[in-house]
Design a protein around this ligand. Structure first.
Ligand SMILES: [Zn+2]
Length: 482
């Protein structure tokens, strides 16, 4: 019997006011990673009130949780995030205007990301209660995506991701599309040097400068760039350079990101960077301490899951914006630099360039994009990567932001707190819901996704990027929300 799951997409639409209120509250809380107490409490409360079982403080992270509903097989995981970004506070005006000067804001739209997943699992619960399907639906409350590979940490054996058949996630974007491009794998590491202090003018010969070690390490890293693959990236900031020029610094520290398209390339490059740091130690007679913050994998998404998502996106159509919203988007677009189509031209076939560029010049992206970018790698990184190496995972985005809007921007904070973001979020929730129902209803499809997963990872083995005995360095993330 063909079941009419569209009723559950309608359930989301009928409840959109309740759902957007949740999203708007998280938008207002705008809590940084690992401090999302109010946001996670609100989501947990919503799930418990609807009858979900909730595991709090998962993996010893106070703001991480897993909620589940139903029984039997299969088990579908929906991933959620809810952390904000520092300094991006913004009202829902089309001009730069902080809601609270210097405070955090949802410049990546994670208020929408977290709430759409909740909306989807609540709708799936309705279908389970109605006896339409059997199985388990789980919502993963994954904090601190902007700072840390929380998902990669949570999938460590025995923690949270055991026995998942299918994972579904999304991200607010500027287009409606399934995610085919991969992202870079990454390591996030502090190098701390210890020397010997002295009067910088009086007895400098007695000093051994930790700052010298930092600088020599950076010089070495900059020479290393010549001899690494061009798609790799190394960036750093000096987080401690000493206290005064007349005191030889006994302590100094530099914070590095190492990125590359494949995890093993990050490992290789990182090992070479450690040698550079050790070289700096030799030159300066200092000591080195490595503080490993986090590492992520490059996502390898599952075609079977992505194809179902794509079918549901086409079935539901793109979010539709009214004149008032389009006028707002046009106003906001004036604050964004003109589009650069270099990246787009790499993934769109030449005969479709004109059409694609036209869509990207409209204030809001108006269609469901054809699947593009398979085999390409976007320069940023995401902790969704680790989950994709652990379970068959599909991902997509819907238009929640103005075309051309840069990631992590105040412009995205504005649209994430108003009807433009709400519409993208509701559409995403419907796509997740229908995709989850499709897999819950069709064991053959679950099997196919698993077969593809086993095939993709025949030669690749997931090994946690976190070193043995690792503990999350929460002290590194203690930045207070203003
Ligand atoms: Zn994000």
């Amino acid at each position: 019997m063909v079941k009419n799951f569209k009723d559950y997409a309608e359930w989301i639409e009928k409840n959109q006011q309740y759902l957007t209120e949740i999203s708007d509250k998280i938008w207002e809380f705008a809590e940084l990673g690992f401090q999302e107490y109010k946001s996670s409490d609100l989501l947990i409360k919503t799930l418990i009130e609807s009858g979900f079982n909730v595991d709090k403080g998962v993996a010893s992270i106070p703001t991480a949780f897993v909620a589940s509903y139903g029984d039997g097989k299969p088990t579908i995981a929906v991933l959620g995030e809810y952390d904000a970004l520092p300094g991006l506070s913004q009202t829902t005006d089309p001009k730069r205007k902080p809601l609270k000067e210097g405070a955090a804001g949802h410049g990546c739209g994670h208020n929408l990301l977290g709430t759409a997943g909740i909306a989807a699992v609540l709708a799936v619960k309705e279908a389970i209660d109605a006896g339409e399907i059997k199985g388990i639906v789980k919502y993963y409350g994954c904090p601190a995506e902007e700072k840390f590979n929380t998902k990669g940490y949570m999938i460590n054996p025995g923690l949270a991701f055991e026995d998942i058949d299918i994972s579904i996630t999304w991200h607010p974007g500027i287009v409606n599309e399934i995610a085919l491009q991969s992202n870079t794998a990454m390591n996030d590491v502090y190098f701390k040097f210890y020397g010997k202090t002295a009067h910088a003018a009086g007895d400098p010969y007695n000093g051994r400068s930790a700052l010298d070690a930092v600088e020599l390490m950076n010089v070495g890293a900059n020479y290393l760039r010549e001899h690494m693959i061009s798609d790799a990236r190394i960036h750093y900031v000096i987080t401690n350079g000493g206290l005064a020029p007349n005191v030889v610094p006994a302590e100094a520290e530099v914070h590095y990101f190492v990125r590359a398209p494949e995890r093993h390339q990050v490992d290789e490059l990182y090992n070479r960077l450690i040698k550079v740091a050790e070289g700096a130690v030799l030159m300066t007679e200092t000591q080195l301490e490595i503080d490993f913050l986090s590492g992520t994998y490059n996502p390898l998404r599952n075609d079977v899951v992505n194809n179902v998502i794509y079918e549901k996106m086409k079935e539901l159509g793109p979010p539709v914006f009214n004149k008032e919203e389009l006028d707002f988007a046009l106003e906001l677009k004036k604050t964004i630099p003109p589009p650069d189509f270099t990246g787009l031209k790499k993934i769109v076939p030449p005969d479709k360039w004109e059409k694609a560029m036209r869509y990207h010049q409209e204030p809001m992206f108006p269609v469901i994009s054809r699947p593009l970018g398979k085999g390409m790698v976007a320069a940023g990184s995401t902790d969704v990567g680790d989950v994709s190496w652990y379970t068959p995972l599909g991902e997509f985005s819907t238009a929640c932001h103005v075309t051309g809007s840069p990631g992590h921007s105040w412009q995205n904070v504005a649209t994430s707190g108003m009807s433009i973001g709400h519409k993208g979020m509701i559409k995403a929730a419907q796509v997740i819901c229908l995709t989850a129902l499709e897999f819950l209803n069709n064991p053959e499809l679950v099997k196919k996704a698993r077969e593809e997963f086993n095939n993709t990872f025949k030669e690749k083995k997931y090994k946690s990027p976190f070193p043995e005995g690792y503990k999350i360095p929460f002290h590194r993330f203690e930045k207070v929300n203003k």
